[in-house]
Design a protein around this ligand. Structure first.
Ligand SMILES: [Zn+2]
Length: 386
């Protein structure tokens, strides 16, 4: 059993420990078991602590049957540590403290959700990039805003957070939240008048240290809701990024920040109108080209550029009414040409074979119409249409 120093004191950033075992593992790493540790392992949906042991980077920490195994990176070392060695454990405190803030934020939200709706926290995930909690019931956007405000009020009020192992009698009298059926001694984390929960992880000792809590997103999940939050510096960094995006959009649209949504909406509307105009101009242009073709011609071959496929197909259908042979339109794009060929009387699949043989065209369709793409010059394409 490894002595969990973080259990008693979440603010302990380093310790000396005795090496109980050290075995080599893959990719120049070693699995290290110590008599005691400051490193919180991966547990309860939370990713493990980071830091160093005697200067070697700790890349993973796992717990099994109360034995904590640290994975350290030791490039080029034959042996990382020897059994009986005394080593120095140094925690990456910024990382740990951020995890303590996020985790405590989760307790505050879960306590409020439990009190207001009676929902259980049925899932939790805390990594370096996300913090999500799942509840077994729906919550409206309006209620989420109220929960967020209540959570931040508790943070500003500086509620004391205590941890301990109550006796069985004390536990029986306690209404505490728990994700699973627990046995043995149960660690209880209490945020005064906000939440009481069974939990093994490190938390801050006063809600003020959470700094700020922001709900980012909520989605329906397994009939309930998944909420993602950020606390402390993570919330500040996120706010900074959002503000920088607002400033950029404000500069790009030459409008004050409070007007950027309507500015983007207007631009989207203008873009839609322009696309309509381009569509209609392309249609007129292609029709004019088609009108210039001698009505007595059996086959028709036209070239165009960056024209909408629907316009081309419409024009092919119109051409086939007065020209019984192949009616083809080749549309130039960055890669070469895409094309549609239609015919009332000729078999377009025969032309498809020729286009495949001569130009490695990718095409398919039916005898009355084929569609495809190829890479060739307009002169080469013209040469196969007599
Ligand atoms: Zn906890």
């Amino acid at each position: 059993m490894t002595v969990k120093l973080y259990d008693k004191d979440a603010y302990l950033t380093n310790c000396k420990a005795k090496v109980l075992s050290c075995t080599s593992a893959e990719n120049h790493s070693f699995l290290v078991v110590l008599d005691q540790t400051v490193f919180f392992p991966e547990e309860g949906g939370q990713t493990p602590d980071k830091g160093t042991i005697n200067g070697l980077e700790v890349i993973d920490v796992q717990i099994k049957d109360d034995v904590i195994t640290h994975t350290v990176k030791a490039d080029g070392e034959a042996v990382a540590f020897r059994e009986g060695d005394t080593v120095s454990c140094e925690l990456n405190w910024d990382h740990r403290f951020s995890n303590m803030q996020q985790h405590t934020g989760e307790h505050i939200i879960s306590g409020i959700v439990y009190k207001r709706f009676g929902y259980d926290n049925v899932g939790f995930h805390l990594s370096d990039s996300i913090v999500t909690m799942d509840y077994n019931g729906p919550i409206s956007a309006e209620d989420l805003s109220k929960i967020e405000e209540e959570a931040n009020r508790y943070i500003f009020e500086g509620r004391v957070i205590t941890t301990g192992y109550p006796s069985k009698e004390e536990l029986d009298a306690l209404n505490y939240r728990s994700k699973k059926e627990l046995s043995g001694s149960i660690r209880i984390v209490e945020i005064k008048d906000v939440d009481i929960c069974a939990c093994c992880a490190p938390h801050v000792k006063n809600t003020t240290e959470v700094g700020l809590l922001k709900i980012l997103d909520a989605t329906t999940y397994k009939g309930g809701i998944r909420i993602s939050i950020l606390c402390g510096m993570r919330a500040l960094y996120h706010y900074r990024e959002c503000l920088n995006r607002c400033i950029s959009i404000s500069q790009l649209t030459s409008r004050p920040q409070e007007d950027i949504v309507s500015a983007v909406e207007q631009q989207k509307e203008v873009q839609g109108q322009l696309q309509q105009q381009i569509f209609s101009l392309q249609q007129t242009l292609l029709k004019k080209e088609a009108d210039l073709v001698n009505p007595k011609e059996e086959d028709v071959l036209l070239f165009t550029e960056n024209t909408d496929t629907n316009i081309i197909r419409y024009q092919i259908n119109a051409l086939t009414l007065s020209h019984p042979g192949y009616c083809a339109i080749f549309n130039k794009n960055e890669a070469g040409y895409n094309f549609i060929v239609g015919s009332k009387e000729k078999d377009c699949n025969e032309l498809a074979s020729i286009l495949r043989d001569k130009f490695h065209a990718k095409c398919g369709g039916k005898s009355n119409m084929i569609q495809g793409s190829l890479s060739a010059s307009s002169e080469d394409i013209k040469s196969i249409f007599p």
